[in-house]
Design a protein around this ligand. Structure first.
Ligand SMILES: Nc1ncnc2c1ncn2[C@@H]1O[C@H](COP(=O)(O)OP(=O)(O)O)[C@@H](O)[C@H]1O
Ligand SMILES: Cc1ncc(COP(=O)(O)O)c(N)n1
Length: 267
C-alpha cells in the first residue's frame, strides 16, 4: 500500500510554504498526502498580508475524518497559530496515535510575520514537543523556546539536549539562519550528535524551506526510514529544491519541489 502522510498546518495562498509546500513534497516523494488546515493566510513572496486562524474544532474534525478512514503512516505539524489549536492538535495526535510525528515549531515567517501567538509557546513545550519523533526548530525558534543565544556550536548542542529533555525523541536545529559559509543542521537523538552539512546558496528564494524540509522528513518516515535516515534524505531534498530556484514573485520566492526528482531521473 502507498505510504500515507498528513500535514496539520496553515494554508499559504502563494504556494511556497505551509500546506501547499507539504502536499507538493509528499507527492514528489510518492506518498499519499492529506491535510488538516489550521489557519488560512493571504500570502505571497513579499510577505503575509492577512492571517485567519480557524476554530480549533475545525482542525479536530479534519484530523478525525482522515484518521478514522484513510489512516496515516506519518504526520507533521506546521503553523498552528493559537494556543487552543496547539492543545487540540496535541490531543488528537494522542487520541489517534498519529506517529511518527514531525513537529516544525513555526513561529515567524521568512518575511517577519508572527504566525504563532506568544501564549502558545508554553503549550508547545508542554503538550506537543513531548510527542515528537523529531522536532525541527530554526535558529530563532530554538532561541525563543530554550531562552539561549545560539551563536556557537556549544550552545546549539546545549539547546538540542533541552528539546530531548522535554521529551522529543530527536531534534534538528536548522542552520539556515546562521552566518556560516555552509548550511549546517545539528541532529541529536539523545545519544549522538551529527551535523548535516550542505553548501549555503546565496539566494532569496528560501520561502518555505522549513516546511518543505519537515514534510520531506515526514514522507521518508512514512515510507519506513529511520529518523536519522529520513532527516539525511530530507536534507538532500531541500538542498536540491533551494539550489534550482524557480524565480517566481518579487520577494522571497518559493523553492523548487521538482528538483530532487529531476536530479535523480537525470542521473
Ligand atoms: N541559503 C541556503 N542554502 C542552503 N541551505 C539552506 C539555505 N537556507 C536554508 N537552508 C536549509 O534549509 C532547511 C530549512 O532551514 P531554515 O531556513 O533554517 O528553516 P525555516 O524555513 O524554518 O526558517 C535547512 O536544512 C537549512 O540548512
Ligand atoms: C502557512 C505558512 N506556514 C509556514 C510558513 C513559514 O515558512 P517560511 O519560514 O519559509 O516563511 C509560512 N510562511 N506560512
Amino acid at each position: 500500500m502507498i505510504a500515507r502522510t498528513l500535514t496539520i498546518a496553515g494554508s499559504d495562498s502563494g504556494g511556497g510554504a505551509g500546506i501547499q509546500a507539504d502536499i507538493k513534497t509528499f507527492q514528489e516523494l510518492e506518498t499519499f498526502g492529506m491535510s488538516a488546515i489550521t489557519a488560512i493566510t493571504a500570502q505571497n513572496t513579499l510577505g503575509v498580508q492577512k492571517v485567519y486562524p480557524l476554530a480549533p474544532e475545525a482542525a479536530a474534525e479534519q484530523i478525525h475524518s482522515v484518521a478514522t478512514d484513510l489512516g496515516v503512516d506519518a504526520t507533521k505539524t506546521g503553523m498552528l497559530a493559537t494556543a487552543d489549536i496547539v492543545k487540540t492538535v496535541a490531543q488528537k495526535i494522542r487520541e489517534f496515535g498519529l506517529f511518527p510525528l514531525v513537529v516544525d515549531p513555526v513561529m515567524v515567517s521568512t518575511s517577519g510575520h508572527v504566525l504563532l501567538d506568544e501564549d502558545a509557546r508554553i503549550v508547545y513545550k508542554k503538550e506537543l514537543i513531548p510527542l515528537a519523533s523529531v522536532v525541527t526548530p530554526n535558529l530563532p525558534e530554538a532561541e525563543v523556546l530554550t531562552g539561549l543565544s545560539l551563536a556557537d556550536p556549544d550552545s546549539r548542542r546545549q539547546a538540542a539536549r533541552m528539546f530531548v529533555e522535554w521529551g522529543a525523541k530527536a531534534v534538528v536545529i536548522k542552520g539556515g539562519h546562521g552566518n556560516e559559509s555552509t548550511a549546517d543542521d545539528l541532529y541529536y537523538d539523545g545519544e549522538e550528535f551529527s551535523v548535516l552539512s550542505a553548501p549555503r546558496f546565496d539566494t532569496k528564494q528560501t520561502h518555505g524551506t522549513g516546511c518543505t524540509f519537515s514534510a520531506a522528513i515526514t514522507a521518508f518516515l512514512a515510507k519506513g526510514a529511520s529518523t536519522y535516515d529520513a532527516v539525511k534524505q530530507a536534507k538532500e531534498f531541500i538542498t536540491a529544491a533551494i539550489s534550482h530556484p524557480l524565480n517566481l514573485g518579487r520577494g522571497h520566492g518559493p523553492t523548487n519541489h521538482f528538483a530532487y526528482r529531476h536530479r535523480r531521473e537525470n542521473r
